[in-house]
Design a protein around this ligand. Sequence first.
Ligand code: UN1
Length: 496
Amino acid sequence: MAMHLQNHIDGRWVDSVSGETFENTDPANGEMIATVTKSTTADVDKAVEAARRAYDAWRLMPAPKRGEILYRAGEIMLARKEDLAREMTREMGKVVAEARGDVQEGIDMTYYIAGEGRRQFGDVVPAELPNKWAMSMRHPHGVVAAITPWNFPFAIPTWKLMPALICGNTLVFKPASYTPLLAVRLVQILEEAGLPKGVLNLVLGPGGDLGDHIVTHPGVDLISFTGSSDTGAHIGELAGKLLKRVSCELGGKNAIVVMDDANVDLAIDGIVWSAFGTSGQRCTAASRVITHRGVASEVIEKIVGRAKRMRMGHGLEPTTDLGPVVSKSALEKVASYIPIAEKEGATVAAGGKIAREGALAKGFFHEPTVLTDVKPNMRVAQEEIFGPVTAVIESTNLDEAIKILNSTKYGLSCSLYTSNVNNAFRFMRDAECGLVYLNAGTIGAEIQLPFGGMKATGNGHREAGRAALEVYSEWKSIYVDYSGKLQRAQMDTPPP
Ligand code: UN1
């Protein structure tokens, strides 16, 4: 019996005013998981109104008390980790070991941010005039809209919800339409942990008009979005005209550079994990490999061998290495890049096809694919494919490799395999990426450091780590003059 998933508005689980629904299905076999209420702009209005009503009481609750609710939420997540992971695998396809990692990342973020309830440091600095006090403190924005993707259906919402909550904001949460179940689970957990009604409101449904309405709604103060660069630019345009705060986490075309002095087998492990983990559907996925010519044939032979041995299947099966991609349109997009690659002169060295054998035909499976003879300016070396496809490019030295690395419009994650410390430090300095790895793959960022990227990967903000608070609060500088007389800064000279 399929579940039915509803919006959560002002503390109540309710259907959309439209009465319409859409289906949530397993991308590995097409099985129905749930019917989902399909929201309209009128539902968004209700969600924003509820969030506005709840704002003052929430912002005035002492931040350590808000933190206690988050700690309790973390405990509940930990207790339900296995169930959440299994539901995630069914809902969006990633293998269950990775789904556990996604939930764990959400737990890590929740505990980490709960601690910020007792920090949120400001500055107290000397004033230039006598008997005067100068300090800064954080202030919430008001109502935050969190628009989240399906590829990390638990972790990424926690990156947005938890810091927004700890800073005293209330929320309208619109998850991707492919992953409403994990969003419902997260809201249920926060509700059980004691979040007051109206503080977190959930609106389910596909983006488009609904997304535009959220972004332009006068009751929404900040939009935090993770998704494609095109959608991010659109949101930025809409919000910019209204001078709203926007934080965007967008695409990537991440690369692993392998030097001729690298431990090649270690590099192969990193490449296979980073290129094909989550079926390549991570913003951080290694969709390019830039290999030194001296080791290129060995690198190619070994990646191809590994890709060919990967077993596709349902993510809940213990034998599965590679799950499906999320949807039919995602599968078609991935497949469309193969003829593009061939036309531009690349060679399909492994994979290259939609999998149609046996039970795989029921799902959205694409073979793990390795493209060789790729030149840095080809479309497959520049555009985000978001599937299990990696493009191998050859280079003659580190300078050239870094130039190729930096030649895309994106700047999220990169990695260098080398045993030469000078190479390592030059790479750390010159890579135009928000995440840099040495002798490790491009995926697997930890939540206590900032996450995000340069150039078209974002709009200058970072999620997670201490940086998260910068997005979800504004600075307020406060001066207290206790001299009892008019003192004019920059003009009055203090007495000797
Ligand atoms: C993403 O794909 O948008 O670093 C997030 C990683 C994960 C997060 C990925 N911790 O791969």
